[in-house]
Design a protein around this ligand. Sequence first.
Ligand code: 89V
Length: 341
Amino acid sequence: MKIYKFAVLGTGFWSGYQLAGWSELENVQPIAFYNRTLDKARALADQFNVEHVYDDVDELFENHAAELDFVDIITDVGTHELFTTKAALHGLNVICQKPMSPTLEASENMVKVCKEANVGFYVHENFRFQAPIRKLREILGSGVIGKVFKANVAFCSGFPVFDNQPFLKELDEFILTDIGSHVLDIARYLFGEAESLFCHTARVNQEIRGEDVANVLLRMRNGISCYVEMSYATIAENETFPQTLVRVEGDLGTIELLQNFEIRTTTRMGTMVTNAEPLMYSWVDPAYAVVHSSIVDCNRNILAEIAGTAQAETTGMDNLETTRLVHLAYQSAREKKVISL
Ligand code: 89V
């Protein structure tokens, strides 16, 4: 069995979970870690029995590029383009956390650079791999609710996300890039591509730079009206973090993905209840369960393409469509107008 060797760039809050996710797959092995603070790289390396740590990414590539199959980029978004370019020039496949980069132009350039270097480029877009989202799509695909005419995809929370990820406070563009990348991707995964959008944004929390509320109304190419809402300013009796709730209405019925992974499918015959709980690996933090669990399935899907056994869903090329929605949503909010795609 071939073992696929990889380097991790960035050993912050998310990397431990990403690595735990990789450890669920038997044919991968981390070889080297880079972090701008070497001590942090060493601490994670000790945890995952990795020998080589660097605070100079070029040195890592010089010493290990020949034995690596891919890099997993988990650094802050401002470095994604540079590190992707460096890895591609060393002939390595690239996996990058979302969002790809701060601008659409840089994201397009990352896709181009990897294409020219003939390496695979994948965005670690894991929300569409969540167990309840997969199940919901399966039910939708069965045709039980008939022709869909409208939908709502919602991520509205008051979770103190800045406690674990303080850098999010400093982003000029926050929730559409951070959560919009996920939930707009879910909208595409369930309903296909959009033909137009309109967006409102707001900043409720005055201690952050960017917006923490965004409401995006999409008209999909197949005619579905899809309302995608996101908020980190929502104080509710039932805190749903980090779940995305979905409601889909068709001419024969409605599917609702509710809190606690319950999917209720209602037709004129009655309501069918399906439970779609995520797999609870031992390393999953219960506060992030459904997201952490989906890391494994996203990794498996990307690795299958690197190994040549399947096609990855979240290629850079595919994710450019989600990235475009994020940036057009900002444009719509700024210009107060409907944007055609
Ligand atoms: O997956 C993410 O993008 C994280 C979250 C806190 C939602 O899990 O920001």
